[in-house]
Design a protein around this ligand. Structure first.
Ligand code: S6P
Ligand code: ZN
Length: 192
């Protein structure tokens, strides 16, 4: 009989790396994903406001920093996500949002800086928004799509961990969106 210690997934060397818990900076990251306003077409309620933003310098929207591991069952991917502050019209900057391709995989988010929400949506139309604030962790259960939303005037920085073979399914959210959006008008949050 095969021993439970016989590897069925890539065997790699252990490693450690620093994460600045104030800023989220992870100097050991080797993957850097960048999304600008022009990568967000179709995601916000006000297309014209997004076009104006793109024409006005196409500002940085969010970045993801990773020190990748094999995308295989058994490994855990971890990253730091940095979502800039800003509005498209009155709507708060947000990430695209996705289900995991392997939908029965969860994810944890630990907020290191800033304020906002983790919006989550299930396939039956259920919707939740968990507050993100420094020191608060959000558990995204299997089958829930997730999107970060920045309601503050500084970057929303979180550390995420999820099964390395989870994958990202953007298509369903790109076509259906989330049931609610987050706005700030005259300094007041509105979720509608
Ligand atoms: C990955 C995890 C995060 C997001 C990141 C950007 O499963 O949820 O690393 O990739 O916050 O969001 P999005 O929706 O553009 O991938
Ligand atoms: Zn995810």
């Amino acid at each position: 009989m095969m021993s439970p210690l016989t590897p069925t997934t890539s065997l790699i060397e252990p490693f450690g790396l620093e994460i600045d818990l104030e800023t989220g900076s992870m100097p050991g990251a080797t993957n850097h994903l960048v999304r600008r306003a022009s990568d967000m077409c179709g995601y916000y309620a006000d297309d014209e406001a997004l076009d104006a933003l793109i024409a006005d310098g196409d500002p940085l929207h969010y970045e993801v920093f990773e020190r990748p591991v094999p995308e295989e069952d058994g490994h855990l991917m971890f990253c730091v996500s940095v979502l800039q502050p800003g509005r498209v019209g009155d709507e708060c900057f947000m990430t695209k949002g996705h289900y995991h391709t392997k939908a029965n995989t969860a994810e944890t988010y630990l907020c290191l800086r800033g304020e906002g929400y983790m919006a989550m949506k299930a396939n039956d139309g259920s919707w939740r928004a968990e507050r993100m604030v420094r020191g608060r962790m959000v558990y995204v259960p299997p089958y829930w799509a997730h999107r970060s939303i920045n309601t503050a005037g500084e970057p929303l920085v979180s550390h995420c961990v999820y099964p390395a073979d989870a994958g990202h399914n953007y298509g369903d959210i790109a076509s259906q969106g989330f049931p609610k959006r987050v706005y700030v008008r005259d300094g007041q949050e509105a979720i509608e």
